[in-house]
Ligand binder design. Structure first.
Ligand code: FEO
Length: 172
């Protein structure tokens, strides 16, 4: 039955397997940003906490976009298991640096799926991922801008409070 379903899909099996991996990655990002929101709340960075609550929701939306795409093409999306979420950060700078690392890893992963879809001649998957490629440009840019703001503001004296206030500029 499963094999029949896989044959009836309008995308390649390899693409589906990679997209299921991406579902897991987006779920991991959502859970990671929720943990970061918790860290920010506990350490008095309340605006940054709002930023990460929103990021967490957006990552879940990304996950669901892929999930629903797999349903639309007759595939089998898998509900991901998410474990080992880090809750320990040494500073607000550490939080945003980890965020950038995370987003760069997501970008690389999306690009790998696009390249594989291209190699397979899977135009449906390639086109579907256009949105994600551009979304990653925006997400990386946001975090780089925040890290630039942090380095200009500095973390001495009232700097930390100013950093938290300024993060509000990146909450839509
Ligand atoms: Fe959905 Fe920020 O990667």
């Amino acid at each position: 039955m499963k094999d029949i379903a896989r044959q009836a899909m309008s995308i390649k099996v390899e693409s589906m397997d990679m997209l299921n991996g991406q579902i897991k990655m987006e779920a991991n990002a959502s859970a990671t940003y929720l943990a970061m929101a918790s860290w920010c709340e506990q350490n008095g960075f309340f605006t940054s906490a709002k930023f990460f609550f929103k990021q967490s929701e957006e990552e879940r939306e990304h996950m669901m976009k892929i999930f629903n795409f797999l349903i639309d093409v007759g595939g089998s999306p898998l509900s991901p298991e998410v474990t080992n979420i880090n809750h320990d950060y040494s500073s607000i700078v550490d939080v945003f640096e980890h965020t950038l690392d995370h987003e760069i890893a997501v970008t690389k992963s999306i690009h790998q799926i696009v390249m594989k879809a291209r190699e397979l001649g899977d135009l449906t998957t390639e086109r579907f991922l256009d949105w994600f490629v551009l979304e990653q440009v925006e997400e990386e840019n946001t975090i780089r801008d925040i890290l630039d703001m942090i380095s200009v503001t500095g973390t001495e004296g009232v700097g930390l409070q100013l950093i938290d206030d300024h993060v509000g500029n990146w909450i839509n």
